[in-house]
Design a protein around this ligand. Sequence first.
Ligand code: RAM
Length: 896
Amino acid sequence: MSLRIYGLQAEQLAEPLGVDRPRPRLSWKLDSDRRGAAQSAYRITAALRRDDLGEPGRLVWDSGRRESGDGLLVAWDGPVLQSATRYHWRVEAWDETGAPAEPAQSWFETALLHRADWAAAWIGRDPAELPPVDPPGGDDVAGADLVPPPLHLRRSFELDRPPVRARLYATARGIYEPRLNGARVGDRELAPGWTEYHRRLQYQTYDVTGHLRPGPNVLAAVVADGWWSGYVGFDPRRAARHYGDDPAFLAQLVVEHADGSRQVVATDAAWTEGPGAIAGADLLMGQIVDARRHVPGWDEPGPADGFRPVAVLDAEPGPLVAEPDHPVRVTEQLPAAAVQCRAPGRYIADFGQNLVGRVRLTLRGAPAGQRVTVRHAEMLAGGELYTANLRRAAATDVYVAAGDPVEVFEPRFTTHGFRYAEIDGHPGDVVAQVLHNDTPFTGRFECSDPVTNRLYDNIRWGQRGNFVAVPTDCPQRDERLGWLADAQIFAPTAGRNADIAAFFARWMRDVVDGQDDGGAFRDVAPVVTLDREAAPAWGDAGVIIPWYLWRTYGDRQALEHAYPAMKAWIAHVRRHNPDLRWRRRAGSTYGDWLQIGADTPREVLATAYFARSTAIVADVAAVLGHAAEAAEHRALHTAIRQAFVDSYVSADGTVAGETQTAYLLALGFGLLPEDLVAAAAEHLAADIERRGHRLTTGFVGVPLLGPVLTGHGRPDLAYALLHQDAFPSWGYSIRHGATTIWERWDGWTEHDGFQADAMNSFNHYSLGSIGDWLFGRVAGIDQAPGSVAYRELLLRPTPGGRLTWARAEQDTARGRVACGWAVTDDRITVTATVPPGSTAVLELPTADPASVREDDRPVDTQPGVLRAGPSPSGLTVGLTSGRYTFTAAAPLRETS
Ligand code: RAM
């Protein structure tokens, strides 16, 4: 095989149904089993082909042959796109010898591109038409009296023939589930997700062709309060209603017939609203269903009892945007690992995994009116649910049975973070449904040590549980906010596991929108009620994440979009701190949040971040071609670095505070003069050794431990921390049953039991940011400093600790990258995969550089190998694309 083209994406999504960018960017990946394979040129052609109408293709864009090695976010250069139209596109590519690859094709469909395309108005409950809210069965559920019943909306219409194509465009102020003729439409959960609703509200596009039929049809929806008017929002002064008082719905169904005629059914005064089984639903509080109140056939053609006209709330659709990233979906169903009867009719199910989603309950033979209550918890205390850490989140679902032989309760307008569920009232079969933004998980790390593998799984579960609409701090208590530091600290790990390009680019719009006129970002995005200037390392996410998206995915648009905000952030910090030590206007200045047994001075941490962000802005300016601004930020960076050294660094290399994090920041952000680096690294090592190989780092320090120790010649210490299982350590939590990453090192300890209930999440990903090092140094996948989207790989497998092998792979924006090693007796085997068009520098650890072989041949005689030469750890090998397996004398055992 020469070149294989795969993984075609438009706007970083595979075959998206609703693209609203005027010049969508097209991407593809490459694969080959031939060494040195690379793309030398490509050509994109795009056609309008109404295959559903049996029309032949009509070519609308031909890029012509372009000499380029990349297939990375190539902007559409064809004619202006039409609304609601499917474009088929095809890539041809030629390899470095000029031979053509098998062409590949894909499509994207445009959404509604113009205001005039919308005929829909916002509709909702008419307060005058309905009796006051009285949720049945909700009286003894905390908060239920405050959670209004969702809207049940319907509209019937006639079709005189089956359509050839039909699309539903829909969104809500709240969260909604669309229905057609009695069936759920699509598999999205919690749509439209959460954005700064007053700036941007996402709508979803559904292919509903197969749902329609000639004759009467009914389009319907259930709309709950969600983030719009629900409890999420973290403001003890106000229970809910951060964006508005009541949910509302907006939708437009566009039906097309073979003769080109169209029929549009949009939300308007002809819709009706009525009662339904769902008596109340809220993301934090839970969902209450009284199945006796189900109105049979409410979402099907025919009469619907109790339905009355809706109120038209707003004729203006508002700031609608097409959903730009992977929606939330149920991605896994987990049966209970164990069910324990606690009392007659009361059971506790253990799913064996702390997860985020809901319990699906199947009841058999429950009498009419039987109430079943499902409560959730991450931990048990004395055999019962530990719910104190949920704070005001009731996380309680209630089902009142209708009396049918089999009834299924699946609360789709709430989510909970839990491992355990208590079912009280009637026995039933339970399954946990796991949900999160469905970012493709294409990366994986694996090694010989089961505890490290459990740590890695815990990290993955933390990512799944907290990538729900926005990157959240935690999924269980009454918080669930998009905290900026948590996100920037964890993003490099998340991007190893999954393709998070579109997810973060979308969330970054909210981060940027949160910035105030003075240039200060907010601690959270969307801002909801935490409207205060961001702290060091929190606000810096506004600089770090776009840069990360550029480096990892080559997303230049993310940089361009954030660049003015990045500059304003630096200007804000500088304006208020003319001596370049960041002490004023540092927001809530959280410092090294949840550090343990250490206290890193806040201004040391702040100033280090000020330096780092300034350096990034200089790099961004250079990438975007703003030379003067690049120079200006370089000079500022030099000055901040100087101020850092003058103020906090002593002649013997000690850094003020003398904590692990102080050293990690100074070393990891390159703030020290060359002649103090070794001394500072020794101070860091000495602190870890003095503590018997224990860490003291909080959120800010923890991601730097592995990289800095490994980068300064002490991988042995990084491994010692990885393998530590005495308190505090990752191993300690795993030894005590952790299946996710805990918010705090001391979330639960043998000596003190649970930490303060007020802040004790067992699913917080920040301390899982070590995952980046597992990929980057343990298995060895990294990219060179100036490289974009893994074009120049730096492969540095680092055997150590008690591991005998480790490997990782990632499906990067260019193609598959893998690296791994295995040590047996006195030999090491190193494997590497470099995608077409990329090159790699492999640092192959061996005691004897002359011993390196591939297929029994000296390494520098092998195809694809560009050069080989000794390096401190063994042999450095330059590689072109391809798959490699080298063997060599094992590296000497490190002494620790
Ligand atoms: C907590 C959040 C988050 C952290 C902030 C400072 O409430 O859970 O993780 O970033 O505080």
